[in-house]
Design a protein around this ligand. Structure first.
Ligand code: SF4
Ligand code: SF4
Length: 192
């Protein structure tokens, strides 16, 4: 068994990390976290997370970039905003989670076979290309890219039922004016 070091030395921390996340999330209160735990105790998903929201905020605040970006927590957060509404320090916790997801995708450090970031990435790619999401194709890509072909086989009967009733189609949805979409996306990228 490989023994892994858990303790971090000061020089291994990224002191610019919290500033990057503050800019990306629009949160200026992050440093005021009092570690009260209201966010973690309010979070419906915290039992499944590797770090509850309170710890994520502490990791970001103290420069533990790798731990925060590689955590499963950010992908398990469905953005219900309960923590953000209840935080006594008015920290935009949900927006911080969004910023962490975006940075993890940019730096390609998300768990590559975990379904949620794969779904996120494939759906965004399809919308950026066609202006529409085609469910059947997104599901196909999700199972293939997360290397779970057996899951695809299990879902096949339900997929066929949905196709029979017209709820899902093989057709790739697309908007007419893709040029306009690309101009819009380019402008958004330049602003970010
Ligand atoms: S509720 Fe706010 S202040 Fe309390 S631990 Fe969570 S982020 Fe920090
Ligand atoms: S927004 Fe995310 S982190 Fe906050 S309570 Fe909801 S699921 Fe938990």
């Amino acid at each position: 068994m490989e023994i892994q070091r858990k303790v971090k030395y000061e020089e291994e921390l990224d002191r610019t990390f919290s500033e990057v996340i503050k800019t990306m999330s629009g949160d200026n209160e992050l440093d005021h976290c009092i570690q009260c735990g209201t966010c973690s105790s309010s979070c419906p998903m915290s039992v499944y997370m590797d770090y509850p929201p309170r710890k994520i905020i502490a990791l970001v605040k103290n420069g533990f970039k790798d731990e925060a970006l590689r955590s499963f927590t950010i992908w398990l957060c469905p953005s219900c905003y309960t923590c953000q509404v209840r935080c006594p320090a008015k920290i935009k916790i949900t927006d911080v989670m969004y910023a962490l997801k975006r940075l993890a995708i940019q730096e390609k450090v998300y768990p590559s076979r975990f379904s949620i970031p794969v779904l996120d990435r494939e759906m965004s790619k399809m919308i950026a290309k066609n202006g529409r999401n085609s469910e059947l194709w997104v599901v196909l890509k999700l199972y293939l890219k997360s290397r779970k072909p057996l899951g695809l086989l299990k879902m096949a009967p339900m997929g066929l039922k949905l196709m029979k009733t017209g709820r899902m189609s093989l057709k790739k949805e697309s908007i007419k004016d893709k040029k306009q979409l690309r101009t819009l996306l380019k402008a958004l990228k330049e602003e970010a």
